[in-house]
Design a protein around this ligand. Sequence first.
Ligand code: ADP
Ligand code: ZN
Length: 630
Amino acid sequence: MNAVFESPAQALATVPQQVLHEVFGYGAFRGEQREIVEHVVGGGDALVLMPTGGGKSLCYQVPAIVRHRAGQGVAVVVSPLIALMHDQVGALDELGVRAAFLNSTLDGDEARRVERDLLSGALTLLYAAPERILTPRFMAMLQSLNERGKLSLFAIDEAHCVSQWGHDFREEYLGLSALHEQFPGVPRLALTATADEHTRADIVQRLKLEDARLFVASFDRPNIRYTIVEKDDPRRQLLRFLRDEHEDDAGIVYCQSRKKVEETATWLAAEGLDALPYHAGLDAAVRRRHQDRFLREDGVVMVATIAFGMGIDKPDVRFVAHLDLPKNIEGYYQETGRAGRDGLPADAWMSYGLADVVNQRRMIDESEAGEDFKRLQRAKLDALLALSEAHDCRRVRLLSYFGQASEPCGNCDNCISPPATWDATEAARKALSCIYRFGQAGGQRYGAVHLIDVLRGKLTDKVTQRGHERLSTFGIGADVSEAQWRLVLRQLIALGHVQTEGEFSTLALADSARQVLRGEVAVRLRVPAEIKARGKATRDRTSRGAAPKPPPVPLDAAATARFEALKAWRAEVAREHNLPAYIVFQNATLAEMAREQPATLDALAGISGVGAKKLDAYGAEILRVLDSAA
Ligand code: ADP
Ligand code: ZN
């Protein structure tokens, strides 16, 4: 099927679209994919910033195929994610594209076979870890390929790993500028889902991409619904969310500590969910087993620290829940971005409370980092707190953090049910002046619990021991509930008017508190929401806000039976090929088959996600499954 082109320009004009259709079975490029692909096929360098699920892989896979067909050799893909290479190569194999990987999991014989295929020009793509690429042996092979004009491009995936500012810095990535120095004629494509300015500038500088064209996709993930709830009884809140909204769905629950991961996983399992723990303290074999089950089976809930997730490209993760506050908006965005890569409705859910704010602040204060770094971390945390406390559209705030303007989305908690608010200016002033009085009466500092007791006029032992019942602020806030006081305090801390200090998180006034005390700053808060029970019956996923494409028509009973039959068939194929089921076909593709009921191979070829190789390999069987399930 190799086409011979008269000129590169001709290849550029027609072929990417053809490859997309024939190999991947997709009808059209998404967003900026077309421009990126054409730029790289034409020999240009590029830096691509695209959110998770945006379709970065196609941006180098299509050029690799096009250039290989035009006799330009192999594309080398640098990836830090050794665990994923096997599945990525498996997916390309399913598509009929010759690919291989070189990493430490191969034995000597296997590695030599791959090297032979590489040098003979048989491969279209080669995945390799950076430390492997930079070895003299590998560089010599690249040299030999390059001399023969058989090095088609370099794709540097997860390019933010080159930045010390990022969250996944890898020393070896710094060496990758050697690729440019030694092979200046080979186009390079760096890709990342990390958007902030700092990291971007770092990537350009360290990978020497000054002349590369920059592609910045929209960072909006319209199919993800953002919800942030106040912590009340977080376990119960989580369970209700999982039961009401995500029964039998696959998803991730993030916790901050290993201990909490273990406890939460055990508890969810006792509640009858298929939940597994994952954190860096677990045995490597256990981690691998749990990850495999998550990737390969339906409906597994992974309870994890942030050690889990980078490079998990499972497309049908239906929810990401945070039981604890992430470090900053970048972290929140990355982690929630693992939901809904397939473009179907997905949830990002977080519970958040005063203790989260205090903990995160303390972790920054007590870290060994320098003052500059701490200041940056504090500012980043503050931005996340503002997002959490917001009573307007979450998405507008999220995108504006990444420098992108947008309109209220209709698909976040605040858009769907705008929260009631109250004027808390007076209450805030009372709290601040009470902290001030503590300072006057002996210079001692106290925590939130004691402060609220004093404000509400409670005669606890501590109150009487300190003589705080004699303070002018004693009992001035009896009309405000404890829950509301906690909210007021959290807001004051989140806004930076109050600082927390030391082991007991005692409270102190910041300079800006003066403005609030003088009544120059109004404080508006959401009314503490009692958690609304959203029963299954009231849920209507298909009518949710702006999805990227029209939401699929729900399957009727007969189509559901066909869908289940197809899934059962797929499970067998996946087992035989030792691959996750979604690599054989994604759910969305099977659902379309079940709905459309194609009766011929031609009709089947029209379904999105069915390329030539899969049609050839599985077409007849699929028609038979559809026929017998009808
Ligand atoms: P990223 O690496 O940016 O997170 P992927 O490359 O894994 O995203 O793509 C996300 C999903 O979108 C995959 O399931 C992929 O098959 C699908 N996809 C990408 N581009 C297209 C397209 N043009 N048409 C249809 N599906 C696409
Ligand atoms: Zn919104």
